[in-house]
Design a protein around this ligand. Sequence first.
Ligand code: ATP
Ligand code: MG
Length: 418
Amino acid sequence: MTEVVLDAVNKVYPDGFHAVRDLSLRVPDGELFVLLGPSGCGKSTVLRMVAGLEEITSGSLWLSGHLANHLPPRERDLAMVFQNGALYPHRNVRGNIAFPLEVAGQSSSESHERIVELSRALGIEETLHRLPSTLSGGQRQRVAMGRALIRQPGIFLMDEPLSNLDAGLRNELRMEIGALVRSLGVTTLYVTHDQTEALTLADRVAILRRGILQDVGTPQQVYDDPATMFTAAFLSSPPINLVRASVRADQNDGIFLGVGDQQLRMPWTDPRATALVSQHGSFVTLGIRADAMHPDPDGVISGRVRTLEFHGHEWLAHVEAGVVLVDSETFHDEESQFAERTGQSGLLRRLLRTAGVIAEEAPIAPIAHGGTHRRSDLVFRMESRSGITAGETVRLSVDTDRMLLFGEDGRRIDKVER
Ligand SMILES: Nc1ncnc2c1ncn2[C@@H]1O[C@H](COP(=O)(O)OP(=O)(O)OP(=O)(O)O)[C@@H](O)[C@H]1O
Ligand SMILES: [Mg+2]
């Protein structure tokens, strides 16, 4: 049984950069666990600490109940596949997959059957005699996976193994990876920045932002019931509407949420109303997904349709509704935000940081309600064009049951229990 537990793990790189903060996670035996987050949020750092390729600054790593902070990588019973899983160029596919068995001194007759079986499961049986240079990108990644899995590791680590492949191949291989690791029952930590990949593949998923855990749960839990505004925004496509709203509690009628010059009412029978009482007189952020609003002559929100976008399976309408949206820029990861602000890449930034030209960490843009707003459009989704045209005024009703409520700190006001 291989269980992976991280307990308050921190990583501070030698240049002082705090890449992972107080991360606690428990991945039970046999789980397919996905680490998701934007570029630079610390995913690879976490994986490399589990693998023993990166030192843990503080906190504990437990592998099957044993403290493993200082265990050498080869004693951790794990295998890893990287983004550009380099193969041995002068060994054919069979030789690449067999390599770990040879190192372990296993006889070739013993290994023969297992190689054939595994290459069949990976769909590369026909390529066993070929050199890596003659394979497609997808086939090469399959060989890298075969080489990692041949010794039946207790833990399988994958760092964006599909990111160099085209969309069709990604989908195909993603499904195969899921099926393969589940059939082997190997505890798997899989890193990606692609939310679709995470939601479709994972038993459970953890979302990281700037080295801080935002949320962890099954794909459905983190999507339907996200613990933070960041998670809600990161997992939403089309983007979730994040709307600033004033809160007024009325003894008789419930909570009134002021959105622009319009008022949404939440009756006292709604369990979230109680959580909102303490916000009376201040502002919260409402998360309203594009499919949680629809045209309705009696709708509370009204606005002018600015544009209609055709997306094949749906239309998206952008509506100027006089509301204030909390700027989704707030959720950009630190590296890209920095790059946008200054035109500097992450690498350049790291160099500057090392040289002491810039501070250890850029200040985290506030998720607070002051200063980060912009006037913009609400987006709602329609299955068909529904006779709506650009320029006309529509009224929209909001599916308040599905509305998410976030406080100043970007966390849900009605706390999420997992
Ligand atoms: N050796 C290092 N020294 C200093 N900072 C580092 C080092 N390695 C990584 N970092 C920084 O730590 C942060 C996390 O890096 P990491 O590689 O874990 O990100 P990631 O989430 O895997 O990103 P990506 O999706 O781009 O691969 C980044 O800001 C990165 O610049
Ligand atoms: Mg990475």
